[in-house]
Write a protein that binds this ligand. Structure first.
Ligand code: PGA
Length: 250
């Protein structure tokens, strides 16, 4: 059995005050769901604050993006070693907003994936097709290519210790959630494609769905056999919504 994960991606949102309110608002629900792992990915500047707030609850946390480098002359970057020092468990990598607005290629995403693992964090590899790609019926090919870039660099075994987040780009922040059938179809494909390379990886890897997940849609999505939780953007900033999504994963 794979433990479901409900992970909030706060993106570029928050203040010292709202970060405290959000963690205080969700911690009881997280602690009351021992069979669900709850995690948040705040902007890097709030990681220290989140670490302090989560010292005595079950909420895990991670970075939204990370440098391939550990230290040095790389202005503006945050390294795996730094976030690890604060107790982070995860780092997202390859989020579609990074791919879209920062021109992150599959090769760079793969290099970041390797850096994350090399320094003891768990990568959450974000993949997903655009609307044009879905309409051109190449969704499966797109997600295979995105995962293959990591396998080519790190080997299939590297995927034993990672999380995959399938996030159709057309569903992110649009209110257009994929139907549970649409999501399950892609999740099942990813798992069977991985199984051709390693049954162990295919069985073990948690595949989260992301893209306009709300409390109202969470339960049905998470009931699908190959959906192991969610990566949640907008709804992760609203206590009642995020708590409802945690409930949906129980
Ligand atoms: P959304 O974002 O839930 O606001 O669609 C999800 C994500 O980008 O991870």
């Amino acid at each position: 059995m794979r433990t479901p994960i409900v992970m909030g991606n706060w993106k570029l949102n928050g203040s010292k005050e709202s970060v405290t309110a959000l963690i205080k608002g969700i911690e009881a629900a997280a602690d009351a769901a021992p069979n669900v792992e709850v995690a948040v990915c705040p902007p890097a500047i709030f990681i220290d604050q989140v670490a302090t707030l989560c010292a005595n609850n079950s909420i895990e946390f991670g970075a939204q993006d990370i440098s391939t480098e550990v230290s040095g002359a790389f202005t503006g970057e945050t390294s795996t070693v730094m976030v690890k020092e604060f107790g982070a468990k995860y780092s997202l990598v390859g989020h579609s907003e990074r791919r879209q607005y920062h021109n992150e290629t599959d090769a760079l995403v793969a290099a970041k994936f390797v850096a994350i693992q090399a320094n003891g964090l768990v990568p959450v590899l974000c993949i997903g097709e655009t609307l044009e790609e879905r309409e051109a019926d190449v969704t499966k090919k797109v997600v295979e290519t995105q995962i293959k870039a990591v396998i080519d660099l790190a080997g299939i075994e590297a995927l034993e210790n990672c999380v995959i987040a399938y996030e159709p780009v057309w569903a992110i922040g649009t209110g257009k959630v994929a139907t549970s059938e649409q999501a399950q179809e892609v999740h099942a494909h990813i798992r069977s494609w991985l199984a051709e390379q390693s049954k162990v990886v295919a069985e073990k890897v948690q595949i989260l769905y992301g893209g306009s997940v709300k409390a109202a849609s969470a339960k049905e999505l998470f009931a699908q056999p190959d959906i192991d939780g969610g990566l949640v953007g907008g709804a992760a900033l609203i206590v009642e919504e995020f708590v409802g999504i945690i409930e949906g994963a129980k």
